[in-house]
Design a protein around this ligand. Structure first.
Ligand code: SF4
Length: 243
């Protein structure tokens, strides 16, 4: 039995349910306009009304994204990186944007950081192939892996919102500050402040943690990352137990 399983073994069902009913859980409500807790709301606006109505069919939504030219990133991409994983996934991981490997393959989280993420998720019983759906805030690679720009997030985030609505996972895991700030609506909060509590987006419990690429640069963050995965797993188990 691994350390993660031991942790869960010690947790009672009542304790798990208490996490779900905790006042720490607050729903951001919108990808960009939510205001959780005392932190200022995000300033980035999502112009959903400027997009054609997004389809309620995953394949049609993907096709729309694959042909998308809504922002400058369409000009330098090799492939649009829409998602990976089953539509009925229990967990949805939200990252930042494709890197070079993802841009060339069209699949998110396939480089060293992605493999590390797979290993860490497996330590809490979340196998990527059958349990996890992965998508990024941006579907196209920023040149040179630079940070996403606000107008790019504004243009692309409606796709992500619709993906979350369609998949309706038991929980969301935002990796990295861009995904964490966007989904919590707390643009001014540091990643450190977003970690360690259970947020909510569209009624789906949300945990924020480091990007796996950051763990490769700073191995000392692996332990807190794993602790965030424990919190995530507790929330998912509590969600199942309450149904
Ligand atoms: S990043 Fe998003 S909004 Fe920009 S072109 Fe790609 S799919 Fe469209």
């Amino acid at each position: 039995m691994g350390a993660g399983e031991l942790f869960l073994e010690r947790m009672t069902r009542a304790e798990a349910l208490a996490i779900l009913s905790s006042p720490r859980i607050a729903d951001a409500g919108s990808l960009v306009s939510g205001n959780v807790g005392a932190e200022p709301a995000a300033t980035v606006k999502t112009p959903d009304d400027q997009l054609p109505v997004l389809p309620d069919d995953h394949g049609a939504l993907r096709d729309m994204a694959l042909a998308c030219t809504r922002c400058r990133l369409s000009q330098g991409r090799t492939q649009v990186v829409f998602s990976d994983g089953p539509r009925d996934a229990r967990l949805m991981v939200v990252g930042e944007a494709p890197g070079a490997n993802e841009d060339s393959t069209g699949v998110p989280f396939v480089g060293a950081a992605g493999k590390y993420l797979d290993v860490l998720l497996s330590t809490v019983g979340l196998g990527r192939e059958d349990t996890v759906y992965i998508a990024n805030v941006l579907k196209c690679r920023p040149p040179g892996n630079r940070d996403p720009k606000p107008d790019e997030i504004e243009a692309c985030s409606p796709y992500l919102k619709k993906q979350i609505e369609l998949v309706r996972p038991e929980a969301l895991l935002a990796v990295g500050s861009f995904a964490g700030k966007l989904l919590t609506g707390r643009e001014k909060s540091s990643l450190g402040k977003l970690r360690g509590e259970v947020h909510s987006y569209l009624g789906v419990p949300l945990v924020v943690t480091y990007h796996p690429a950051a763990l490769l640069r700073n191995p000392r963050w692996t332990r807190p990352f794993w602790e965030d995965l424990q919190l995530l797993r507790d929330v998912m188990d509590a969600s199942r137990a309450s149904k």
